[in-house]
Every structure is written in C-alpha cells, then in structure tokens.
Design a protein around this ligand. Structure first.
Ligand code: MIC
Ligand code: SF4
Length: 642
C-alpha cells in the first residue's frame, strides 16, 4: 500500500518513533515562525537555552498581532524581538509587512519541508504542500535550538474534492462545509489531507484559506499536494526554484475519507459562537448586520480583496454597516493600491486598516453592544471581538461584501455577474520589510523594556497533589476563555505576573484572586478543553497562579502540550460520568502521583474529601512527557538533560 502525502513528509523527517497512530514520534523541523504575541516568551525561552544561533534552515519572527500601540508595551516588545532576531540568526518581518501566515506563504514556504510556528494557524502553509504545525512558544524555541518536535502520530483523513466551485462560492465555503461535517473536535489527532480532481481548480491562496481554518477542526495540520498550481504561484512570487512536486501515492491508504462535491457547494456561514455552527447563507438571509470585517490570515489574499473591491466598485457601504478591511500583507496592500482597487474600497466607504491581525484578535474595531458582525476570519468565540454581547458570524469575502452592501445577510449569488479575477503572472516582490540577521551578532545588544519580565520558574512535581477545585467548566473551553486576548490584555504577553490577573476573566473574574488566596489548586473541565490558539500563556499564567493539574474529559492537542511544557499535569477521567461527582471548591487529593508516574502506572485515584468519593483518573503521557512533567516543565527538563 502506498503512502499519503503527510506520511511521506513525516517519514522524511522522522527522528524517533513508529508511524503508528497515537504513538509518540519525533520529527526534524526545517523552518520556524513566531509572531509578536507569542514570540517574546518564545525568545526569552530560547535565550535561556543558551544557543547562540538558530539551527533551522530558516526562522522568521513576525510583528503582526500587537500593532496597536496604545502604550509603550507593544513597541518595547517589537524592539526586543528585533534585537533578538538580529543576534540569533532570525529573519525579522517588520510591523506593516503583514500577517505571519500570509507573508510566510508568499515569501518563505517550501513544499515538502516542515514548519513549526508559535501560532495555531501555522498550517496555512499546508496550502503549498508543507507540513506545518502550531505549537507553544517553548516547543518552537526548542526547535530553533535544533531539538525535534514531539507529537502523537496522527491518523490521516482524506478530504476528496470533486468538481469545481460555482460563481460566488469560494474556498471559505469548502472549509466551513468540512467544519459542518467534522465539528471543532473532529480533527483532533488527525492530519486532514486534501486530494481528488477538484484540487486542481483551487488556487494556492484558496488552498491556504482551507488549511488555515483546518486549525478550527482541532486537526494537527492540513495539507494539499504541491502541483502545477503551486509551481505557478511560487513562480509568480519569484521562487520557482523552491518548488518541488509532492503528492500522495495513487494507492495511498487513509484512516478516514470524506467526499465533497464542489459543484453542489453553496455559500456557507458559521453562526455564533463556534466555527462549526455552520448553515447555508440562504437559511439566515435577511438578518440585520452592523459590522463587516474583511481580513485575517484566512481571507486577505490579493484574490479575496480584489473580489471585494470588484463587488464594491461604484457602490456604497450600507449606511448602518461599518466595513473594515485589513489586507493580509504589504504585498497585497501595495498591489491593490497600485491597481486602483484600494480607491474603489475607499470610495465605497470602507475603513482600511494596516496589514495586521487587527480586529481578528480584538485589537480594535470591537463591535457595538448586541451587534451582528460578519467576519472573514476563522474564530467567532464569544467575546473574542472585544464585545461580549456581539454575535459574530464567519463567512467568505463574497458573503461579507454582500452584507456590507445590503446591510443584511445576503446570498452573494444575488449580486449578479460574478467578479472576474485573473491571478497575476508576477506578484509585486519587495522584501525590504524583512530584515536579515546581523553579520556581527556579538555587537548586537538585546533591548529589554520595563514590561519584559523574567520567565517564572516552576518547581519539580510534588509527590502528592492536594488542594481545591478552583474552577469547574464545561465542554469546548477555548484558550480565549482561559487567557483572553484583545487590546487591553495582549500588551501584557511578556509580563506573566500582570497577565495572570486576566486568567478566565470572562468566565469567572474572581478566579485569579481565589487562586492566589487559596494558594493554587486544580481546574476541572469537559471535552476538548483548551481548543483554539497556541498561546502558552493559557498554561504559563495558570502555572504562575499555582495550578497543579487540569482534570478533564479530553484535551485539545496544543494546549495539552503547553500544560506539560509548564509542569501542569493534564489528567483525564477514566469514566467521564465522574465529571458530575466533583464540584467547584471541593478539597481533593491525588496521592503519590509522581511515584506512580515514575513506575509507569497509567491510572491514579483522586480522593474528593468534600464529596467523600474516590475517582479514577488516567493520563496519556509518553515516557518523555512524564520526565518533562516530573522536572516541572520542558525548560527545566532541557536544563537538566542538555
Ligand atoms: C489567535 O488567533 O488566537 C492567535 C492570537 O493568533 C493565537 C496566538 C496567540 O494567542 O498569540 C493562535 O491562534 O495561536
Ligand atoms: Fe492573526 Fe487572527 Fe490569524 Fe490569529 S487567526 S494569526 S489573530 S489573523
């Protein structure tokens, strides 16, 4: 039996382990990326490892999240990141150059290589046939130091595409349909590989839209083959020499197959407050809309903005709608400026923002109270927009622009003749906003502003864990619930003591105070705990507040890894019904857990002294992860083991 594309790339990069689903493997990482909101921690950790120069083929540090400079903090972080990049062999993409995933796709991704990024949407690069995964900053720092990336060998799921998309239907509708079918936890432990004869009709940036939002499936990553379409895109970016053909064997075996007929796909939309709450646009047509936001790493390529500009040409944004647009990169921005499309956007009344994440991460443009906001982004978790009462819907650029014109949710097929867009033979290539590392690194001083606080340290795992259940939450808790983002909190990303005051802010604002007064304890949760972003602050800040273990029904991959990296035990109920037997503020104890882990035992008893019950817990830590947890986290482990 032949190999899937994902397995071929894993096989080429395998350092340790067997490629059997669920078993831990270690793979070599060729490239890394970081962004500013996770990057400061990643580089503080990299510095602590004492490696003078990155050991990857190429590492790039982007500034794209924290670009709203309402105080000195973000600008200080940028200066720190620029100096670290210069000193340690890292390329630095300046603020204004664009969103990491879009720029990485245009300028740096290489089919068949591996990429690890401290951002959950790193799989965007799968659109060019790269095996690209999101991880916590510490894992990315370790990869920059030349260490392998460890992950459980995923199952491979084939999404077989046939046919061709109809006018006004686009790549976003494909991934929304996949989300409708698989749900936000349907991709956990899997790589989603696209194949079938429908692939050839999708452009490189269409494919990137699909792999980008594969993150919302909980998937390890998503990947498309690298074919002639990929070659043409890379040639148009002046990088044809980096292209290579990559595809699955014709007789490749898959663990699961889903089929989608592109011909029959209609415009889709995800309703509040989850990306898998997907319906056809026609089902909710007529819903009044207050804000439309176009941009983000999912939908801000040249093609997407040209479609929006084409639809808006000669028209006006509806008087009750605020339309905001953030181009994905300087390349896209400059091209629409030079070809006149930007003038059409401005003339129609769009509010054009810089090339950055912007409203997607709540960095400005919070909608009004109870607003309906249609966004071309990838996440609509409650409160992420900055307005808790807002209803955020996710859709493609066609649906977004139709709503901006009509002021209500509108099937874009009602807009008439489709907008014609021809992909350029040459994109405008100008890399002056990417600064190469210094040739005299010894002369570079690291700039540390007053907001950059040292990394908090953790002690080794105690034998018996005891304390109170500080919080009990339900299913699908996101990292936005655990560690919110937004304009107020993001500037504190390099200051753990300060940011820890916001842990679970929207769920239970008293949590940090309670955790500190009681002196730490436990969190109890349901299914898919920690879905969403890769932010390790969602583990680091709880660690700082004294959380010793998180006990749930199931975990999302990146967050589980981040918990281990910071010495918090990720434990699961053997019988998920036991979740109901444990209550917030119960006094609990897990005796001799460190000894049991050392002995390789997979089950422990939790004694709930308040409810007077004993509950069986389990874990799925590999032998290496057990050592990391016992050491109190990966940084301690690396220091102990070199
Ligand atoms: C996000 O979309 O939630 C982010 C902000 O890009 C995060 C990273 C972060 O929290 O800094 C992600 O997706 O990993
Ligand atoms: Fe930025 Fe939004 Fe993409 Fe995250 S999802 S990288 S915040 S644009």
């Amino acid at each position: 039996m032949g190999l899937s594309l994902a397995k071929k790339i894993i096989k080429n990069h395998l350092i340790e382990g067997e490629m059997e689903p669920g078993k831990e493997i270690a793979i070599r990482i060729d490239h890394t990326l970081t962004q500013d909101a996770t990057g400061t921690m990643a580089y503080l950790q990299f510095e602590a490892m004492g490696v003078p120069k990155v050991r990857t083929k190429r590492s790039v540090s982007y500034i794209d999240h924290n670009t709203l400079q309402a105080g000195f903090e973000n600008a200080d972080d940028h200066a720190y990141l620029q100096s670290v990049a210069a000193k340690h062999g890292i390329f630095f993409s300046r603020p204004g150059n664009g969103i990491c995933h879009q720029v990485q796709l245009e300028r740096f991704d290489i089919p068949g290589d591996t990429l690890l990024g401290s951002d959950s949407h790193t799989p965007t690069a799968g659109g060019l046939g790269m095996l690209a995964m999101g991880a916590g900053g510490l894992d990315v720092a370790a990869a920059m130091a030349g260490q392998p990336f460890f992950l459980p060998m995923p199952k491979i799921c084939l999404v077989k595409l046939t046919g061709k998309l109809q006018p006004w239907v686009s790549a976003k509708d494909v991934i929304l349909e996949v989300l409708r079918i698989m749900s936000v936890k349907g991709g956990v432990g899997k790589i989603v590989e696209y194949g079938g004869d429908g692939v050839a009709s999708l452009s490189a940036t269409d494919r990137a839209t699909i792999t980008n939002m594969g993150a919302e499936l909980g998937a390890t990553t998503s990947i498309f083959p690298s074919d002639n379409v990929t070659r043409e895109f890379m040639a148009a970016q002046g990088r044809e020499s980096d292209w290579r053909e990559m595809s699955a064997d014709p007789d490749a075996e898959y663990d699961e197959i889903i089929e989608i007929d592109l011909n029959t796909l209609e415009p889709m939309i995800a309703q509040p407050h989850m990306p898998d709450n997907v319906v056809k646009v026609s089902q909710i047509a007529g819903t009044k809309v207050d804000q439309v936001a176009i941009g983000s790493c999912t939908n801000s390529s040249l093609r997407d903005l040209m479609v929006v500009a084409g639809a808006l040409k000669g028209k006006s944004v509806h008087p009750t709608v605020s339309l905001v647009i953030s181009p994905g990169s300087k390349q896209v921005f400059e091209m629409i400026a030079r070809n006149g499309a930007l003038a059409d956007l401005i003339s129609a009344g769009a509010r054009v923002l810089e090339s950055a994440c912007g409203p997607c991460i709540g960095m400005g443009q919070a909608p009004k109270t109870n607003a309906v906001s249609i966004r071309t982004f990838n996440r609509n978790f409650e409160g992420r927009s900055g307005t808790k009462s807002a209803d955020v819907y996710l859709a493609g650029p066609e649906v977004a622009v139709a709503a901006a014109i009509n002021g209500v949710v509108t099937d874009p097929r009602k807009l008439g003749e489709p907008i014609k867009f021809d992909y350029p033979e040459k994109y405008l290539v100008d890399d002056k906003m990417v600064i190469a590392p210094s040739e005299t690194p010894d002369k570079v001083d690291i700039i540390r502003g007053p907001n950059i606080k040292p990394l908090p340290e953790n002690s080794t795992l105690s034998d018996t864990l005891s304390g109170k259940v500080l919080l009990k939450v339900g299913d699908n808790i996101t990292t936005d619930h655990i560690m919110p983002a937004g304009a107020k909190v993001l500037p504190l990303r390099s200051n753990i003591p300060a940011i820890s005051e916001f842990v679970f802010a929207a769920v239970d604002p008293d949590f940090p105070k309670r955790a500190k007064e009681i002196g730490g304890g436990f969190i109890v949760g349901g299914e898919n705990y920690g879905q969403g972003s890769s932010r390790e602050h969602a583990a680091l800040a709880p660690m700082y507040l004294g959380i010793k273990a998180v006990i749930v029904k199931s975990f999302a991959r990146i967050h589980r890894q981040n918990l281990i990296n910071f010495g918090i035990l990720p434990l699961k109920f053997v019988d998920s019904n036991d979740y109901d037997r444990i209550s917030q503020l119960d006094d609990i104890e897990i005796p001799n857990v460190a000894a049991a882990l050392k002995k390789g035992e997979s089950q422990f008893d939790l004694v709930d002294k308040t409810a007077n019950v004993s509950i069986k817990l389990t874990h799925d830590l590999s032998a290496r992860e057990i050592d990391v947890a016992l050491a109190g986290g990966r940084l301690n482990y690396i220091k102990m083991n070199g």
